[in-house]
Design a protein around this ligand. Structure first.
Ligand code: PRX
Length: 650
């Protein structure tokens, strides 16, 4: 019996790791009693609870009058307050932590820079003044397309300082993806660099900006930082070099005191249909929530050297590389390049050398390291580590245990943090000094967060069952809308059950009330911790010219969580060849970026569709995974199509 796979899996899931007592003793949140007391306070009086956090976490130039104004589905937090996020990250700490290192930067070639809070403040002020000299005003949108170098944090903070709204585009995205996002945002300025180092080569960021520029009519200026070139990059008519722009500028700049609800950033994320969604976050609520969660979840102290490996192009980079650590006057580590350059132990070598104490990374990275072998981390003294975190997708128990044993040497608690671009900050997570963890579970919602798993009638599922994950009470860091599209905002997030925020995820709740997030329920797939809309990949495939129709689905993948399988029908007269597969793959990389490149392309004569013409991706997911279809096929227009796809496989 003990060997039956069912029982083994139950046993695996049943492993429980209480927080080490010595960790709990020194932690910000020390026990489940303390956690439960906070939850009870927040449940009794949510506005009272958040009002108190609002006052404690950040500096307000003008105090807020009202904690929450909720006209479902639109929220305003800390109404009437004015503040500035750059002030809260920098100026506020100058007297007490001015000489403390804010950022330890390491480039892929091995160059290092340590930047103190005072130096960061001066850099940010210079760039803020530079932006003003270009005519950038409060409310204007600024695109940021940079590698992971300190300038990316400086650029974000400079925007926040003058009330400009930043929109960071991941440096791995193509010219096409940049163009689409910048046009939707109506960016006035784009901040980029000549390149960034990745696997020993320079990623041509400026080249991509140049390619997109003729079709980005709102962009008036391109600010170019020098990173990879030995000499100053060539200048086009709209270009201005970062160094030239900031050189004559004053190192002080009065922050623009903005309303709590003033937009802070737009971050584009994939939707199940159509173009990317411009998730809009505002200032006050986001700041309060991110400041608090950074300290509690990572148990952040002044003595820590904290490393979140996420790129600033994703929300994790916004909240937990830049804003959260800086609001907490922490020392954050930032690394530019690939995890395995020059060798498979680059991460571990950096942790040992820089005495990093907290590591926050993604399951996909953990699985990739696992595959590379234990000998690489084992070579290094990583005894400085005291806490580990993961984010981006469900972590499988084997990877969790490996992370704990091989990276954390069995000593470090793991925080598996569930959240989304839309939630702004971590929502469901262990508190490392309080919560007993179970490998694969994000455990419990933070105090004040009401996360519920509901069935199709909107009723809470019984413990032990699965359903859809909703957040049923507003929270300070929630997205406020989708940029210029409040209707899509309401439809996407608040129409499944009116007034309740639908996460798009399926989840199970166990006997202890722990949440097990199972992934997306719609046609968005999570590849290597990045959310991709299958619709976008499909439209990229079709735009190549020879494709009639494409359907892209996710398939479980040991390494990446999900890999992409594309089913493609070719236009009449086009012969299916390996060369076409290669061309399609390259085309997707160009249109969206290498992360969206399908792992497998399959040619098909036809795609399974409903009578109304909707592609039945559910069936394709089964085909891609080599499963038998168990679900309903009665709406399928032509069963032969499905049979043909299966035969194709053999
Ligand atoms: O499906 C969930 C998964 O990632 C989605 C959010 O993706 P994105 O907006 O790109 O933000 C990623 C970083 C916050 C979620 O809807 N996800 C994220 N974290 C976890 C997770 N799934 C399971 N466990 C997690 N810890």
């Amino acid at each position: 019996m003990a060997d039956s796979p069912d029982i083994t899996s139950v046993l695996t899931e049943g492993r429980v790791f209480p927080p080490p007592p010595e960790f709990s003793r020194q932690a910000h949140i020390k026990s489940m009693e303390q956690y439960r007391e906070l939850v009870a306070q927040a449940d009794r009086d949510p506005e009272g609870y958040w009002g108190a956090r609002g006052k404690e976490e950040i500096f307000w130039k003008t105090p807020f009058q009202k904690v929450l104004e909720w006209k479902s589905p639109f929220a305003k937090w800390f109404v009437g307050g004015t503040t500035n996020l750059s002030y809260n990250c920098l100026d506020r700490h100058l007297a007490t932590h001015g000489d403390k290192t804010a950022l330890i930067f390491e480039g892929e070639p091995g160059d290092q820079r340590r930047i103190s809070y005072r130096e960061m403040h001066a850099e940010v002020c210079r760039l803020a003044n530079g932006l003003k000299s270009l005519g950038v005003q409060k409310g204007d949108r600024v695109g940021i397309y940079l590698p992971m170098i300190p300038e990316v944090a400086v650029a974000m903070l400079a925007c926040a300082r003058i009330g400009a709204v930043h929109s960071v585009v991941f440096g791995g995205f193509s010219a096409e993806a940049l163009r689409e996002r910048m046009n939707d945002a109506g960016a006035k300025v784009v901040i980029t660099s000549d390149g960034g180092w990745r696997k020993g080569a320079a990623v041509p960021l400026k080249g991509n900006v140049d390619a997109a520029l003729p079709e980005m009519p709102t962009v008036e200026k391109v600010i170019v930082a020098q990173r990879t070139a030995k000499t100053a990059p060539a200048k086009g008519p709209k270009d201005i070099l970062w160094n030239e722009l900031v050189s004559g500028q004053s190192a002080t700049c009065e922050p623009e005191w903005v309303d709590s609800e003033h937009p802070l950033f737009i971050l584009y994320t994939s939707g199940s249909t159509g173009k990317p969604k411009g998730v809009l976050h505002t200032t006050g609520g986001y700041a309060v929530y991110v400041s608090l969660t950074t300290r509690w979840v990572f148990d952040l102290k002044d003595s820590d050297t904290y490393w979140c490996t996420a790129d600033v192009g994703w929300v994790t980079g916004h909240s937990y590389v830049v804003y959260g650590p800086l609001m907490n006057h922490a020392t954050a580590f930032m690394y530019e390049g690939a995890p395995t350059t020059p060798g498979p132990d680059r991460f571990w070598e950096m942790i040992a050398r820089n005495k990093i104490t907290i590591l926050y990374t993604a399951p996909t990275a953990i699985r990739a390291f696992m595959r590379l072998g234990d000998e690489h981390p084992k070579k290094h003294d990583m005894s400085s580590l005291r806490l580990l975190g993961t984010v981006g997708e469900p972590i499988n128990p084997e990877a969790w245990i490996w992370y704990r044993e091989v990276i954390g040497r069995g000593r470090c608690p793991i925080v598996d943090t569930w959240w989304q671009t839309e939630t702004g900050g971590i929502m469901v997570t262990p508190l490392p000094g309080a919560t007993s963890t179970k490998p694969g579970s994000a455990t419990l919602p933070l105090p004040g967060i009401k996360a519920e798993v509901l069935d199709k009638d909107g009723k809470p599922v019984p413990l032990g069952s699965g359903g859809k994950l909703f957040i049923t009470r507003p929270w300070p860091a929630m997205l406020r809308t989708l940029y210029k599209d409040p209707e899509r905002y309401a439809n996407t997030y608040f129409s499944e059950i009116p007034g309740k925020y639908f996460t798009g995820d399926g989840a199970r709740i166990d006997q202890d009330g722990y949440l097990w997030v199972m992934g997306r329920v719609d046609d968005v797939v999570n590849v290597a911790g990045h959310r991709l809309g299958t619709a976008e990949v499909e439209s990229a495939l079709v735009s190549e010219g020879r494709v009639a129709e494409a359907a892209v689905v996710g398939r479980p993948d040991e390494l990446k969580g999900t890999s992409l399988v594309a089913f493609v029908t070719l236009k009449k007269g086009v012969e299916p060849t390996a060369a076409i597969k290669q061309a399609l793959s390259a085309h997707v990389a160009k249109e969206i970026g290498a992360i969206a490149r399908p792992d497998e392309i399959r040619f098909a004569e036809g795609l399974p569709k409903t009578r109304s013409g909707k592609i039945m991706r559910r069936l394709l997911r089964d085909v891609a995974a080599g499963r038998q279809t168990t679900g309903d096929t009665t709406t399928l227009e032509d069963l032969n199509v499905l049979a043909a796809l299966r035969n194709e496989e053999e």
